[in-house]
Structures are given as C-alpha cells and as structure tokens.
Write a protein that binds this ligand. Structure first.
Ligand code: GLC
Length: 749
C-alpha cells in the first residue's frame, strides 16, 4: 500500500511547512497593544484615525488590471498622502504596490504602511482548482501546500492580505458561490478552514511569505432564499450553531487575523450590523481579537436593506456593531470625525477599531519593514515556478470526480488514433481558472486539447467548439456529429463559463447553458460511447447529461494546469481519486438535499411512498450522494469495527475497516466515517461526516483503514448556548460514500 503521488522537494517543503504550522499555531492572543501602536494612536487626529479604517481600490478608476502593465494611481496616492487610506485592494505587482507603500511611509504625516488586499481564493499566478474542486480531493495536505504556494506568490507581488478562505456552507447549487466553498459538510469545511488559515498565515504573520487571511462571509451567506445571491437567510440560531459557525470557530482557533461579515441579512439583520454575531458571539464567546472588515460596499447597501437612512447612519451603525474597516463605501472618512466631535459616536469605539488595524499591521511586520513584500526579483523568480505548476496539475488531477463510467470506457486506450473534442471548453483557456483568477494569465492556461497533445503527440484531435450560444447553429452541430462519427474516441467538454459561476451568478436552472444539451443528444444519437467532462463551479442539474453519457467526469474549474490533468485522467496516466463534497440532486425541486438531513416522523428511504415524507413525483435520494466518486477499479468494504470500544473514557475511538481491491487495476478509495446520535433532546442528522482516510491498493490487495473519531465531535447543540456531550448509542457508519455504508454501534456513557 503506498501513499499517493509523492510531491517534488519544494512542494514537500510546502506541505511540511503547512503541516508544521498546523501543530505550532499560537492560541488567540488577548488584545494587548504594543507601546508602539499606542503611541501611534496618541499622535493621530480624528481624521487620521478614520483614514486608517478606510479600505479602497488601490488603482484609479478605469484601469485595465488584466493588462499586467505598470499601474499609476495619482488619485489614490494623493489620498494616501493626506492620511485618508489605511488599506488598498485590487492592485498587485511588487512595483505597483511598492509605489503606494512608498507614498504611505514617506509622504504621509505619520508614515503608517498600508494593508494591501486581494481575493487570492485559490492561487495567485499559479491557479489551483477552485475551492469546491479542492474539497473534492479530500486531501488536506494538498490544500495546505497549495495555499502556501498562493501565499508565497501573492506576497512576492506585494499582497499582505487575502480575502479568503470562504467558509460559507453550500447546500444549494442554484447559488453561484458554491464554487468558492468546501461544500455541504460543516465538519469538513472546518477541517479545511484550519489548514487554509495556517498555510496562508504561515508560522509567523511577520514572515514576508505570510499574509493575513480573512474568513468570510460571517455568517450564513450561503443559506440564501431560493439560492438567490445577496438575499436573506432565515436561520435558527441553532442552525447557525450546527451548520454555519463551526468553520469560523475552527478558523479563529487556528489564529485567523480577519473576519468579513456577509452582505446578506440573517433573520432580517444584515451581517455588518448583527451585534449578536459580531459582538456577543465573535468577540465575547469566540474571543476573536482580530480585524473585522466589511464586504465591498456593504455599508452603502444598508439603506437598501432598509435599516439605515443614509451613509452617515449606516457608517455609525456598522462601527458601533463591531466593524473595524470599511471596504469601498467611503463613509468612515467623511463622517466619523464629526460624529465623535458631536458626541454621536463614542471616540473609544473609533480608537478600538484603529488599534485593531494598527495591531494587524504590526503583526504583519509592516511597522518594521514595509517593503519586505515588494521585491521584484523575488516576484520574478517565484510566480509560476515550475514546482508550483506541477503542484497545480497534481491538485487538479485529485479534484476530478468520476461520476459514471459505463462499460469501463475510461481510461481510454492510448493506442487510439483519433479523438473528437467537442463543446465550448475543449480548447478553452479563458474559463478553466474559474471566477476568481487573481493574477492568473489566460494564455498560460493548459487547455484540454493542449493536455491531450502533450500526452499523445501523434493523436488526431478533431476540435469543434460549439454549444454555448443561445441560438442553435445547425452547421456547427453537423460538424460536431461528423467529427464524432469519424473518430475513435469522443469527448464532450461541457459546462458553464467562469462568470456564469461565482458571485452574483445564481441560476434558477443550473443545467447546461445554451445548446449544450442538444449537442450532447445529437452525439448520443450516433450510438457510439462518449465521455463528458464537466467544467463548472457546481454540479449540473441535468438528468439527460448523466443518463445519456457513457462516462462523466466532474472537473469543476480545474485551474491553470487543468487541461493536462483531465487528459492524464482520461488516458489512465492518473486515476480518479476525487469524491463529491456536495450531493448532486436529481431535480431542482429536491433542493436542499444533503447527506446530513434530519429524519422525520415518517421517513421515506427513497422512491415515493404513500403517506411518507418525500414527493409523489420524485425520489428523496440524490442522484449522486455526498462522498461519491468512482475509481478505475472496484473495492469491497467490511463492516466497521471499533478497536477500543471497551475504553469507557476514551477521548478518541479508533474505527477499523478492511478494504479489498477486487478489480484488475490499482486504485485509491476514500474510506468515510459518518455518525448518528440515535437519541437526543434535539433530533440529530441521520449522517454527519466525521472522518475519512485514503487507501491505495494494488489489484487483489487488502488492507485495514483506521479512522480516529474524536469524542468531542459527537457532541451537539441542545440549546442555543448549551453544547451537549454525546451519550447513549451512536451509529458509526463507514463506506465509500454517504449512501453506501455499513454500521456498527458505539455506546457512550
Ligand atoms: C466581493 C465579495 C467578497 C470579496 C470582495 C472584494 O463582493 O463578496 O467575497 O472579498 O468583494 O473583492
């Protein structure tokens, strides 16, 4: 049994560092501010204090950021010179940012360095799979190594703050930002949160390769009504406790330095004025002492919510609710000084927010060396380093989920002479990086066609790029069918464009846009087997896609090396190890449907049953369950056995599952552990993911998987404020996915 895909030396170092950090991160420090920070505060005017709380674009209006040309920002520089700016966002480049830092530290009165933030969500220049694809790898080491590379590259370009990780729960594929999440399991999202925070912030925040991480969007951002972006969520406080808060608790426990409240309102209270969450929970209960920054323009949106009359009211409401920095509403500077003078605002609140900003700058090392992250030589050397590209390809490979593979169509035989590559994404370089491409460069993206050419230089590839248009194009359709008819192999590269995913991209019908379904059906009518590769930020809810295709690979947005990764999988140079971090429903009407749903008084296991919970026209099971994914071989799982069941006061239980590779190829399986508290004061979910481990087995090989179950993970919220320890019978279920499990029972005293 061997572990998977050994990393190259540099990447092993990244993985080691992120692992080392896992164990050494200091606990949250109390807000004791240094004399240097206190002294700065004492020197500041009210205007300069309000200026430190202002986060604005680092470039003047109408600048083409994709041009990568040097950016000059005279208007921004003047505002910095006047002490009106505490941080800038959406500018990158060691040179561009150095210029702004120079103005701040040599031409403003108090010479306070800038925070420089960007959405580095899944890579900076080297773009890794989107977070939902990263989650599909169920490989925390890879996630940590990729975040370390992202931090190394971004800080080399002057960035000292990323607005990531996204810790929203994603239970509705209509919501476009599922792409940025870790899926539907709060427990798994919390595990990923710890890894991301510690890899982004490094061992010490002052290290030039570390950057401030910012967990977002606090809290309940993904629970939007109807999956519509920015709409409100109706969540009970317990639901927040069970589902939405655990990832943020994990991030805070890991030492995260920043939190971003959500745009949306939960139970009618917008995130940035939710005092209960921002003060009672975040500051008092979770002891968070870091920085709270609004989302982009969120303060200016309060009048639209109907909870503030104008920008003055909104700015005061946000600051008094617990916000420290205002991203892009531009209300703090003009209004806070006068509010303090008039007594409308307690000056201590202003000072508290300024101290948090200055303290973060000090922890980043900016007060000692503001130029440590503006070294153009380092930038030149590190961005897009071959080792980073290798890691991105390996990560993309492990993000791919094989959903269907009838007649073992995949892996293709490498002896094939020709392949038809049909659909909008076969030769695409513009969408594989997904909606948050940071400093990724489209021309550097390896397309699927390029990936195929790299591994099979002599194969004939007939590319027909069509399908996304709104109107049918009979000529292109005929070309596609002719290419399929003439080729040994057929691959359809279908899905959604990068900007049809992500923020403000909710879709009422999250299926295949345009003419792609018609294209698929036309090829299917040939009667030849074909594989579909789905490029998207969410699963496509499209029954015919799965029913009519011979094989389906969910590739998400696989990143800048994605094309080669997909090609390697299709031709068997790598194997499918990805598993679903979200359930794939059969129809939109089933949404939300997740593995951790609760039972009912009339449980219905699947097909419609009279007088039972469910539908009369649809099953109550997903098409593909959470944790699902095929391999290129088959496995047999034993029932779980609790190795230390008799240890009455065990803090950790060790569960053993014996697995055998019963197929003809070596392969990897993800052994998953789910738990269910049978009897509780509050009905508990039927299944909750509580552990997983990988096994790589040769044909015929058998091995034991051991999964550790932390007893604390069995507790649950019995009231809004009481965490109930597990007691009584707990079902422990193990298997290759949430719907295919075997059970044993554990009695906890
Ligand atoms: C966006 C997003 C947020 C992002 C911010 C800055 O509106 O909601 O996640 O960090 O603006 O780009």
């Amino acid at each position: 049994m061997m572990t998977h895909s050994p990393l190259s030396p540099l990447l092993s170092l990244c993985a080691f560092l992120s692992g080392l950090v896992l164990s050494m991160t200091p606990a949250i420090s109390q807000p004791v501010y240094s004399e240097r920070v206190m002294s700065l505060l004492r020197q500041m005017s009210l205007e300069e204090k309000a200026g430190q709380l202002n986060l604005q674009a680092g470039h003047d209006p109408d600048v083409d950021l994709q041009s990568r040309a040097p950016i000059s920002s005279p208007l921004v520089e003047q505002a910095i010179r006047e002490g009106k700016v505490g941080g800038v966002l959406n500018i990158a480049g060691a040179g561009n940012t150095r210029q702004l830092q120079l103005v701040a530290t040599t031409q403003s009165r108090l010479k306070i360095p800038l925070l420089i933030g960007l959405d580095v969500v899944h890579g900076f220049r080297t773009i890794f799979p989107v977070p939902i694809g990263q989650a599909a790898s169920f490989n925390l080491d890879l996630i940590g190594a990729a975040e370390r590379v992202a931090a190394i590259e971004a800080t080399a370009s002057g960035i000292n703050w990323t607005f990531a990780p996204v810790l929203d729960m994603a239970r509705d594929p209509r919501w476009g930002r599922m792409v940025e999440t870790a899926g539907e399991s709060p427990w798994y999202t919390a595990a990923i949160a710890r890894t991301r925070v510690q890899s982004l912030q490094g061992l010490h925040l002052s290290d030039p390769s570390s950057m401030l991480a910012c967990a977002k969007h606090f809290v309940g951002n993904g629970a939007t009504e109807g999956g519509r972006e920015y709409t409100g969520a109706n969540l009970s406080f317990r639901s927040m406790r069970d589902n939405e808060l655990p990832p943020f608790e994990a991030a805070i426990g890991a030492g995260i330095g920043c939190i971003m409240p959500a745009f949306n309102a939960v139970d009618g209270v917008p995130g940035i004025v939710n005092k209960r969450m921002l003060s009672d929970v975040l500051r008092k209960e979770l002891q968070f002492t870091g920085l709270v920054v609004t989302d982009h323009g969120a303060i200016a949106e309060l009048p639209f919510h109907g909870v503030a009359d104008n920008l003055v009211d909104a700015s005061l409401a946000a600051l008094t609710s617990g916000v420290d920095m205002d991203m892009a509403s531009m209300g703090f500077g003009p209004f806070l000084p006068d509010a303090v003078r008039s007594g409308a605002l307690n000056g201590d609140l202003l000072d508290q927010a300024v101290l948090r900003v200055l303290s973060v700058k000090e922890r980043l090392g900016l007060l000692d060396d503001p130029f440590a992250r503006h070294d153009q030589r380092r930038e030149q050397m590190l961005l897009g380093h071959p080792d980073h590209l290798l890691l991105a390809r390996q990560f993309a490979e492990e993000s791919l989920v094989l959903l269907k593979n009838d007649h073992a169509l995949l892996p293709f035989k490498r002896s094939a002479r020709s392949i038809a590559l049909i659909g909008p994404f076969g030769a695409d370089q513009d969408h594989l990086m997904g909606p948050w491409e940071a400093a990724g460069i489209h021309r550097d993206v390896v397309s699927l066609r390029e990936g195929m050419t790299r591994i099979l230089p002599h194969i004939t590839i007939r590319t027909v790029t069509t399908g996304y248009e709104d109107k049918a194009d009979p000529k292109a359709l005929a070309q596609a069918v002719a290419a399929a008819r003439a080729s040994d192999l057929i691959v359809l590269a279908l899905g959604e464009k990068a900007m049809d995913s992500g923020e403000a991209s909710s879709r009422a019908n999250p299926g295949l846009p345009g003419q792609q379904l018609a294209l698929l059906k036309a090829v299917a009518r040939l009667g030849k087997p074909f594989a579909v590769v789905v490029i998207a930020g969410r699963p496509m809810i499209e029954p015919a896609l799965y029913a009519r295709s011979t094989a389906v690979v969910q590739a998400w947005f696989p990143g800048s090396q994605g094309g080669e990764a997909i090609a390697r999988l299709l031709f068997g140079l790598s194997e499918p190890v990805g598993r679903l971090p979200v359930s794939i429903v059969r129809s939109i009407g089933q949404i939300p449907l997740t593995h951790d749903k609760r039972s009912t008084g009339r449980p219905s296991p699947g097909p419609p049953e009279a007088w039972a919970s469910g539908y009369i026209d649809e099953a109550t099971t997903p098409l593909y369950p959470f944790g699902y994914g095929l391999a290129y071989t088959q496995f047999n799982y034993s029932a779980p056995m609790i190795i230390n069941a008799d240890e009455a006061d065990a803090r950790t239980y060790r569960i053993k599952v014996t697995v055998k590779n019963t197929g003809e190829r070596a392969g990897t399986t993800l052994v998953q552990l789910y738990t269910h508290q049978r009897l509780a004061t509050i009905a508990q979910p039927e299944k909750q993911l509580r552990g997983f481990t990988r096994l790589y087995l040769n044909p015929g090989e058998q091995a034991d998987a051991i999964i550790s179950l932390n007893r604390d993970d069995l507790s649950y919220w019995s009231t809004d404020t009481n965490r109930q320890a597990a007691q009584g019978w707990i079902d422990l279920m193990t298997g290759p996915n949430a719907a295919d499990t075997k059970t044993t029972a554990l009695f906890v005293r």
